[in-house]
Design a protein around this ligand. Structure first.
Ligand code: HEM
Ligand SMILES: [Cu+2]
Length: 663
């Protein structure tokens, strides 16, 4: 893919620019340098997705070890401490380093194409978000390395032995304060703070892009639902992450400077942590699920060959879900003694979210109803999503009732619930999205039955793994426990769960193999393999570096579909640029440099907290790298190059009989 980008760019280059400080910008570089300095939303999207899948496998390996430990009563495969570390890293990895970057990959790659834009609004900021995300991921996971050093006697931090974080993805105080946890918690705090910077920067970028860079005629109520959900999700990130940041800052102050926000012995309030965390944490689950709903809302109409049923209602209910998501955080705190009024109010509000969610489900079913359904692999994921996500929704409504929750709290019932939502819903949708858009991204078509086998194993495995957890929970098996007694009788069901986990893991492995097979395969996909509806299918597969030869003019919702199948009124027209051509941004080293600085900063400050000598200075060096990167970036100048798109043989406009030729 890199080659096709490069050849196009070379053909039309006008002016490789020098920055104001005389530094040469890395224009039209190839190979690794190209990927490290890219500002192309498509490459950034691919990198996000690759990192996401990588950490998905890491988080998966972590949990398979856990499940082996729990497969029978009183096993001693790993210690309780190791269990805690693995379980915490599994949760944090899956949420922040696997699912969120995968989603970000979709946002980056697909959204600008869907709105007919040439890139996101701030391409360098986009690269910055990517590398800052990578920095945060390294800070979190480098703790494993220091654990190894510690085990081999080369590293002995102050304050306990938990070098890998072991405080749960929720980091509940006072467990996460200095009294009860060691340097692992510092890795976690700095890692998450860095990840928050990345998320907020990319969300601002997406919001500006969607509001400002839509193709002419693409009004808000004509936006594809996936793009709408990108917008709502980005808003949620902007409002939710600051609550977490404040909590993390206070926790950091407690740990490093002896303040007492959360330390009970000096008058702190652990409950404050729970409020701050869940004001972030509950919207976070919608940050994960709304993009999944967006993906499904693209797949179902395409393969039912019908417009999305109730488009305005789907969009509106998505926004309502986002809004209500901020009003329900205390359903995670029903058993902390908030009082009857608060508990009743949060209980009702939580149940209220079932309404817009149910509305969406009815609309999806309405979309399928009477459609000419094609059971392609993405469609099978789409239908599986509806079914599995509803299972998670039902147990969610059960938690919403405070008295029921008091029983279910901290049992495997909760683990069953959120895995049905997260894997049965979100991961299914992401895999469906991968199969849906992979032909666009790679230009290659996946083929054969491997995709169907994979989805079969995934659905079977996830039900085998997570359905019995409901029973285990109701029988009283606590979550976050590293073992259980023979007499508890939890053994047989836990064995089933572990077998299910391996079946699921096998299915996920098949998906990854299928992706690699597709990329290396030879079946060309063509521009519009599904006879789809939205603008990303107009352009070539893979899209050229400038996305569209000419910007399309949108006349209705599902513009591409009507251009192909509607009457002459809906014919696709293109903006005439009067021969001006396209201005593309040039690449830059400085987003990467700032990421490197943040990584050094996060690692060394964590080590400093663990009493490692000289780390304060390394931390300052890291801060200087960030500042210098920022300074050089500021004076890098606008740069960019100019090109005149030349439509080639494979353009969609040649294929679709109703589209006009490009100007
Ligand atoms: C093979 C698939 C998976 C299996 C078998 C699995 C199983 C588990 C288990 C056994 C725990 C520990 C529960 C405890 O000790 O209390 C756990 C925790 C967790 N898992 Fe997974 N998991 C899987 C995939 C995922 C995915 C894909 C995500 C998210 C994207 C995820 C998110 C979490 C979270 C957030 C926790 C922490 C739960 C808590 O707060 O107690 N898991 N998982
Ligand atoms: Cu919640």
């Amino acid at each position: 893919m890199a080659d096709s980008y490069a050849s196009h760019a070379e053909a039309h280059t006008l002016q490789p620019t020098r920055s104001l400080l005389g530094l040469k910008r890395p224009d039209h570089s190839t190979g690794l340098v190209d990927w490290l300095t890219t500002v192309d939303h498509k490459k950034i999207g691919i990198l996000y997705a690759v990192f996401g899948l990588f950490f998905f496998l890491i988080g998966g390996i972590e949990v398979l070890v856990l499940r082996l430990q729990l497969s029978g009563p009183e096993l001693k495969l790993i210690s309780a401490q190791t269990y805690n570390q693995l379980f915490m890293m599994h949760g944090t990895t899956m949420i922040f380093l696997a699912v969120m970057p995968l989603i970000s990959g979709f946002f980056n790659y697909i959204m600008p194409l869907q709105i007919g834009a040439r890139d996101v609004a701030f391409p360098r900021l986009n690269a910055f978000s990517l590398w800052v995300f990578v920095a945060g991921a390294i800070v979190l996971n480098i703790s494993w390395l220091f654990q190894i050093l510690q085990v081999s006697g080369l590293f002995s931090p102050e304050g306990g032995t938990d070098v890998v974080p072991a405080v749960g993805w929720f980091g509940y105080a006072p467990l996460s304060t200095g009294q009860y946890s060691g340097i692992g918690a510092d890795f976690w705090i700095f890692g998450l703070q860095i990840l928050g910077v990345a998320s907020i920067a990319s969300s601002l970028n997406f919001i500006v892009t969607i509001l400002n860079m839509r193709a002419p005629g693409l009004t808000m109520m004509r936006l594809p639902v996936f793009t709408w959900m990108t917008l709502v999700t980005s808003m949620l990130v902007i409002f939710a992450f600051p609550a977490l940041t404040i909590g993390l800052l206070e926790l950091m102050f407690d740990r490093l400077f002896g303040t007492s926000f959360f330390r009970v012995d000096s008058g702190g309030q652990p409950i404050l942590w729970q409020h701050l965390f869940w004001i972030f944490g509950h919207p976070e689950v919608y940050i994960l699920v709304l993009p999944a709903m967006g993906v499904i809302s693209e797949i179902l109409p395409t393969f039912s060959r019908k417009p999305l049923f109730g488009y305005p209602i789907i969009v509106f209910s998505g926004a309502v879900i986002g809004f209500l998501g901020f009003a329900v955080w205390s359903h995670h705190m029903f058993t902390t003694g908030l009082g009857e009024v608060a508990t009743a109010a949060f209980s009702l509000l939580t149940m209220a979210i079932a309404v817009p969610t149910g509305v969406k489900i009815f609309n999806w079913i309405g979309t399928l109803w009477g459609g000419r359904i094609k059971f392609t692999v993405p469609m099978v994921y789409g239908i599986g999503f509806i079914w599995m996500f509803m299972m998670g929704g039902f147990s969610g409504i059960m938690h919403a009732a405070a008295p029921a929750d008091a029983q279910q709290q901290d049992t495997y019932f909760v683990v069953a619930h959120f895995h049905y939502v997260i894997i049965g819903g979100i991961v299914m949708a992401m895999f469906g999205g991968i199969y849906y858009w992979l032909p666009k991204v790679t230009g290659k078509m996946w083929s054969g039955s491997l995709g169907y086998w994979a989805v079969g194993f995934v659905v079977f495995g996830l039900n085998l793994a997570f359905f019995p957890m409901h029973y285990l929970g109701l029988l009283g098996m606590p979550r976050r426990t590293h073992t259980y007694l023979e007499a508890s009788g939890f053994g047989p069901l836990n064995l089933v769960v572990t077998i299910g986990a391996f079946v699921l893991a096998f299915g996920i492995l098949l998906v990854v193999i299928d992706i690699i097979k597709t990329i290396r395969g030879k079946h060309l996909a063509g521009n519009d393999p599904w006879d789809a509806r939205t603008l990303e299918w107009i352009t070539t597969s893979p899209p050229k570096v400038y996305n569209f030869d000419a910007t399309p003019i949108v006349k209705c919702r599902d513009a591409f579909w009507y251009a192909k199948h509607g009457d002459a009124r809906y014919r696709l027209d293109y903006v005439d640029d009067h021969g001006h051509g396209v201005h593309m941004p040039s690449q830059s080293w400085f987003p990467l440099m700032m990421g490197v600085g943040m990584c050094i900063m996060g690692v060394s400050l964590s080590l400093k907290a663990g009493g490692v000598p000289l780390m304060g200075y390394v931390g300052i060096a890291g801060i200087c790298i960030v500042a210098l990167g920022n300074y050089l970036w500021l004076f890098e100048g606008p740069g960019g190059y100019h090109l005149h798109p030349e439509p080639d043989e494979s353009d969609a406009s040649d294929e679709s009989s109703t589209g006009t030729a490009n100007p």
